[in-house]
Structure formats: structure tokens, C-alpha cells
Design a protein around this ligand. Sequence first.
Ligand SMILES: NC(=O)C1=CN([C@@H]2O[C@H](COP(=O)(O)OP(=O)(O)OC[C@H]3O[C@@H](n4cnc5c(N)ncnc54)[C@H](OP(=O)(O)O)[C@@H]3O)[C@@H](O)[C@H]2O)[C@H](O)CC1
Ligand SMILES: [K+]
Length: 508
Amino acid sequence: MKIFTAAQIREADAYTISNEPISSTSLMERAAGRCAAWIEDRYTPAQPIYIFCGKGNNGGDGLVIALQLLQQGYPVTACLLEYGSRASEDYTIHFRQLHQQYPGRIREIADVTGFPELPPGAVIIDAIFGTGLNKPIEGWLAGIVHKINDVKRQHTIIAVDMPSGLMADGSSRNMPVIHAQYTLSFQFYKLAFLLPENAAFAGQVHVLPIGLHPEYITQTPARYHITDIDMMRTIYQPRQPFAHKGTYGHALLIAGSRGTMGAAVLAARACLRAGAGLLTCHVPQCGYEIMQLGEPAAMCSTDEQPDFNTHFHEQADARYKTIGIGPGLGTSAATARSFEKLLAVYKRPMVIDADALNILSVYPYLLYQLPAGSILTPHPKEFERLFGSTTNDFERLELLSRQAVRLQLYILLKGRYTAIACPDGAVYFNATGNPGMATGGSGDVLTGILTGLLAQDYSPKAAILLGVWLHGYAGDLASAELSQEAMTAGDIINFMGKAFLSCFPPEM
Ligand SMILES: NC(=O)C1=CN([C@@H]2O[C@H](COP(=O)(O)OP(=O)(O)OC[C@H]3O[C@@H](n4cnc5c(N)ncnc54)[C@H](OP(=O)(O)O)[C@@H]3O)[C@@H](O)[C@H]2O)[C@H](O)CC1
Ligand SMILES: [K+]
């Protein structure tokens, strides 16, 4: 699904109005009607509802929601914020209707002392600002935002299109923003919802289709996307009936050192569960029995060194479809030397994680020797060590994308919505996963999955989109059965089978 900027959303709006065609008033009624229906599905008409409206079209949506809920018998109070700006045309049209039909339900608020006493159980609808916000909320309006946030534990707050105060495409650091439990976003996600610095604001996002013109949506290029199951179904390749283990590639995993062999075992198991035909693990001598017992289906090659890997470059030949390197590897100088030699001889896209990334941040010239199309999988700290720090998440996203283009690599930045930056400048946010996956070993599992998919001849882009999706999906299945607290990285591997079956049912 494409993620459009606020300016593109305005264009989509205008395109729909002239090409469907539909009046802008009717489009607002359609959009706000979806919000009203969403609220009616979840709350009974016994529920007092307070709708805070600004004077633009977001406020107009609030007025339409008020009208529709009042018609359904909900006790609605429309709190209209009077801050001097000129009201939009569609706001004015719906204000007149509300004023004619339900004059007693309107309350004008002109300063913070006008903030109403909220009865227990009241639901707050935030329709103050949406995509038209172009500066921080200030003065007494900011006071209203704080008043609403002060009662967020006692009252459910539902934001219309966006939490007010949040910029759609830029940082809102240190600005007053509504803390919503739910955001009912029209037709698309906004980029701002997906970045960690805004974690407190949008709550659970529900994207409500409002019938914006499909032609505009298909024809307009977007830089940012969010992954979905339909995309995965175009990527996934079912296994062929005459397949043998050679069909699905031989992967080499270079991982482990004394004390961190668990990382190597997790990555190996995940690689095989992702479907690799064959797997060889290169481990230090201390890891031989651990790996053979930990994953009997993997073959094992042992290093000259007892405690860490120093001679893996001698292993890396054309037999291997791909290489995954990094989990539990260690960062000794001898390991780094072997990594450099490996890059001189092995030219296919590989997966680079954990200590292999840390080696790259100590010897950054090696970044230029990575095979084009390789996949880097940093978490935010590793990313910062590799590419430097930024002042906010939007800048970091820019930096991420710039580096992927410059180095012609796929770089994924791990997070609630893992961001996958591609060499052509596109960025995909992954939609699956949960906080239960913020646990040791989860990244090693991802490295294994990506290596396993590359071994099967998925292109790097296909492997990364599908791999990150499946990793999160398996994590979601694990947390549903075991809880976010009790699930471990090994459980993500255990649920890979169910993730495949449920995303790609065999009869499809
Ligand atoms: N997506 C769609 O197709 C539809 C969206 N709808 C809704 O429309 C809003 C966007 O409406 P818009 O009127 O463009 O913007 P807002 O309501 O967010 O803001 C209104 C004006 O407020 C001014 N502004 C901006 N920032 C501030 C601020 N910090 N303090 C005070 N005032 C501010 C600004 O006007 P200026 O003249 O002052 O520049 C804004 O223009 C969208 O979010 C949806 O809710 C439609 O209902 C249907 C289709
Ligand atoms: K809003």
C-alpha cells in the first residue's frame, strides 16, 4: 500500500472531486460517515461523545460525525474551537446544518477555561487539525490539547484522520500533539504514524477507505509503502512438484563464537525453516557439537580457531547460493581480516548482521566492497554506529534511504515498523510484528530467514520483503498463543510453519 504525502493526499482529494465526480461536501460526508459508522460499531448510544472541532476540513469532518451520531441518538456535544481563523467552506455548510438541527448540542470554546467538564465514560473525538496542519499548535489551543491529553487515562480519545498537532511528513518533536488511542486515517497511512518518535500519538491506526479515485492511486508514484498480505502473495513462490534439495539452494552461515553459539543455532534453524535446501554453518571449534546437536539438519564446517571464526573466507566458494554472516560472530581483528578476504572472493548478495555490521562500522571502507544487492540488517544502535546520528526520525529515514542508494544495498532498520530501504530509493515499512519480538535472538532469527530465502533464488528485494513479513507474522502467531512476555526468539522459528500456511494456504 502506498503512503502519500499530505500534498499528494490533497491532490487525490481534488482528483476524486473532479473525476468521480463528487462534490467536496459529499466527499467529506462519505469520509466522516465512515468514522461515524466505526464509532457506532463500537459504542452504544448511551455513551456521551465530545467532538472537538477546528475550523478547517478536519473540523468539518467532526461536524458531520456529530450530525450522524446525533441522528442515531448518541448524546453528542460538539465543542467548536473559536480561534479566529476563517472556517473552510465545507465546515461552514455542516455548521449551518448542525446549528439548524441541534443548536443545543453546540458549545463554542474561545479559551482554555471553556474546556468542558467531561462525564465519566465520555469518548473524545479529536477533529481539530488533520493533514492541513502547517505549524505547531500554540497558545490556548495548545492548552486544549494538553487538557485532552491530561484525561487520556479516563477517556478514550479517537483522532479523525490524524492526531491533531502531528505533522504528516515531518518531525513534530517537542510540539503539542493529541495522544489518541485510535486514529481513523482516511484511505492511507501517514508516514508520521510509522516512526518511533511518534509512538505515543496515533495509537491503534485503522485505515478507512473513503473511495479516493483508484486512477490517482495507481498512477501516482510514492516513495514510501507499507507491506500487506496482497504484496506477499505476489512475491511468494510455491515449491515445485519435482523439486529436490538442490533446487532450493545451499546457504553458508558464518556465525558464533565462544559464549554466543546460541545466536548461530537460532540463525541456522530459522534458515532451514525458511526453506533453504541445504545449509552449512561455519563455526569455531568450540561450536562444533553445539551446532551438530542444535540443528542436526545443518552441516558444519569448523574454523582453525577454537573460540572464534578467522578462516571462513577459505570456505566461501561458488557452491553457496548466498552467505549469512554476523550472529554471535565477534569482532576480533582476525575475524575482520577474514571478512575482508571473503568480500574479495564472494560476489553474490549476502545478509550482513550483528557483529559483521559492527566490523563494517570499524572498517567503513568495507561497505564499498559488499556485493551489490546485499542486505544489511541494523537495529537503531548499529545503524548509528554505521552511518552516524540524526536529530529526528525523519532525518534518520532520509539518511537510511540515501545510504541504500549510494551503496546499492538493501538496508533494513529494525523497529515496530521495520523500514526497508532499497537501492532505487523506495522505502517499505513492514506491518507485522509486536513488542514481544524485542527479545534476544530475534535478529538472529531474521538473518536466518533472509539467508534461507536468498538461497532459494528469491531476489534480494523479494527475500527482504517476504522475510521481514514472515518473521513478524510468526512473531504475531507466537505472541497470540504464548503472550508477548513469554515468547522467545526460538518461538518465532517454531511458528514459521504456521506463518507460511496461514499467509499462503496450500490450495491457493
Ligand atoms: N483525505 C481526503 O481526501 C479528505 C480529507 N478530509 C479532511 O480534511 C482534512 C484536511 O483539511 P484542511 O482544511 O486542509 O486542514 P486542517 O483541517 O487540518 O487545518 C485547517 C487549517 O488550519 C490552519 N492551520 C494549520 N496549522 C495550524 C495551527 N497550528 N494553528 C492554527 N491554524 C492552523 C491552516 O490554515 P492557514 O490558513 O492558517 O494556513 C489549515 O489549512 C483531512 O485531515 C481530513 O480530515 C475531507 O473531509 C474529505 C476528504
Ligand atoms: K484530528
